[in-house]
Design a protein. Structure first.
Length: 173
């Protein structure tokens, strides 16, 4: 009987994740506000900037915000679906094509790939402003970026190896 109570309590505790996922929705709102502010600055750069690089850096900042926002949505929705409860939508509701298809392993790979993309943008921004940075700082940015790239590749390989054996068991590949 005690075991059953413990198991039910542990299973029910997954609902403690809900405030965290709602918190991610608040973070998404913050990114949306920041995006709005930055897009206004982008128009200012288009009109008043002396160098084209300033406008490109502003555009890269917007792309960066979109990538991070997309990452938040992916983690928020697929995490909720994987760990809390299935999202039930009506037939006429718009449904994301990946909804219900991202397991935790695939989500980790997608998060890692998103981090690499975000890091790439930061690295590109750093190189565009290289005259304002020390060589040591640029070197560390490249090292950190390469660490993200290698980590993402390794996660992808592990995910493929893990799911590859499951596909073979199901008669795939």
């Amino acid at each position: 009987m005690i075991e059953r109570v413990i198991e039910r309590t542990l299973y029910a505790s997954r609902w403690l994740l809900v405030p965290m996922y709602l918190g991610l929705a608040v973070v998404l709102l913050a990114f949306t506000i920041r995006f709005g502010i930055d897009i206004i600055h982008t128009f200012q750069y288009a009109v008043f900037a002396e160098k084209e690089a300033d406008l490109i850096l502003a555009a890269l900042t917007l792309v960066d915000l979109v990538l991070v926002g997309s990452l938040v949505v992916m983690v928020m929705i697929s995490g909720y679906e994987n760990f809390v409860s299935r999202i039930e939508l009506k037939e006429e509701d718009e449904k994301l094509n990946w909804l219900g298809k991202l397991d935790s392993g695939t989500l980790k790979v997608k998060v890692a790939a998103s981090i690499v993309a975000i890091s790439s943008i930061h690295l590109l921004k750093a190189f565009m402003d290289a005259d304002k940075m020390t060589n040591d700082k640029l070197m560390w940015l490249v090292i950190i970026h390469m660490t993200f790239v290698i980590s993402a590749l390794l996660m992808g390989m592990l995910d493929k190896m893990s799911f590859g054996s499951k596909d073979k068991d199901k008669g795939g590949h």
